[in-house]
Design a protein around this ligand. Structure first.
Ligand SMILES: [Zn+2]
Length: 262
């Protein structure tokens, strides 16, 4: 019998029940709170330079949640006031291995509250769901990443390889004042990264008739198609072979007869 063993376990890292109801381990319950809090921070990115810069509050929130458990996150504004990004590295046990980057964006596309049954920036938890703009794209994943990072730190876990976590600005308007700025101006933050995981790959899509999914795995760069607006690209993207970029994998939607590389 181990009745007096009070060694902290996963179930000690949060409330015994989930805000969604029923028992849940700490990190799961924490995800709900983190996602709800993040949604309640309006980080609308409408592509207009005069109104951009809303990511700062969300980035500061993320940095605070990381610092709370002992991380020393780096806050960087990427080429514009308020374009907040947070990057943190969790050292792995084998420094010889390449680092893994897990990245998510903090901005969201605009939402018209009159079209919603809940306020898009309420972060309301109801009917077993967290509601609001960005719940899927992609504050949900940001919250999961954050919860896992906090759990690893609390439990003193060193992953097999360095983990670099990046919480980014400006994805919805193309990433020029977010990921691209950071790669060009602060490459040391991504030192040793050999693979990356982002939002593409975790959700299903319905393809219009006449289009096929395509997986591209070669030396390429990404050229978005003509966009109808931030986050609403309607035309197929172009993928162009380039010796200047690292190999990457994209899954996208293209006309069945489209040539993918030239
Ligand atoms: Zn997204």
């Amino acid at each position: 019998m181990q009745g007096d063993d009070r060694t902290p376990s996963r179930s000690d890292t949060g409330p015994a029940t989930s805000p969604l109801g029923g028992p849940a381990p700490g990190p799961v319950a924490e995800v709900v709170t983190l996602a709800s809090d993040l949604i309640a921070i309006d980080t609308t990115n409408d592509g207009d330079p005069d109104t951009q810069g809303t990511e700062r509050a969300a980035a500061e929130y993320v940095a605070e949640k990381l610092a709370e458990v002992g991380y020393e996150p780096t806050y960087v504004e990427s080429g514009g006031r308020g374009r907040g990004n947070v990057i943190v590295r969790l050292p792995g046990s084998d420094p010889a291995r390449g680092a893994l980057l897990v990245h998510g964006h903090l901005d969201v596309v605009p939402a018209d509250a009159s079209e919603w049954t809940v306020h898009p920036f309420s972060g309301e938890v109801a009917d077993g769901y967290v509601w609001g703009r960005g719940a899927v794209d992609m504050k949900g994943m940001v919250a999961m990443t954050l919860a896992v990072a906090r759990g690893l730190r609390r439990e003193g876990v060193a992953p097999p390889r360095d983990l670099v976590l990046a919480f980014l600005a400006d994805e919805e308007a193309g990433g020029k004042l977010g990921a691209r700025w950071l790669v060009e101006h602060r490459p040391e933050l991504f030192e040793g990264v050999t693979e990356a995981i982002g939002e593409a790959g975790g959700f299903s899509i319905i393809l219009p008739a006449g289009r096929n999914p395509a997986i591209v795995d070669q030396w390429v760069r990404w050229e978005p198609g003509t966009a109808a607006g931030p986050g609403r690209s309607t035309s197929p993207a172009r993928v162009v072979a380039s010796p200047l970029r690292r190999p990457v994998v994209f899954v996208s939607c293209a006309p069945a007869d489209q040539a993918w590389a030239d």
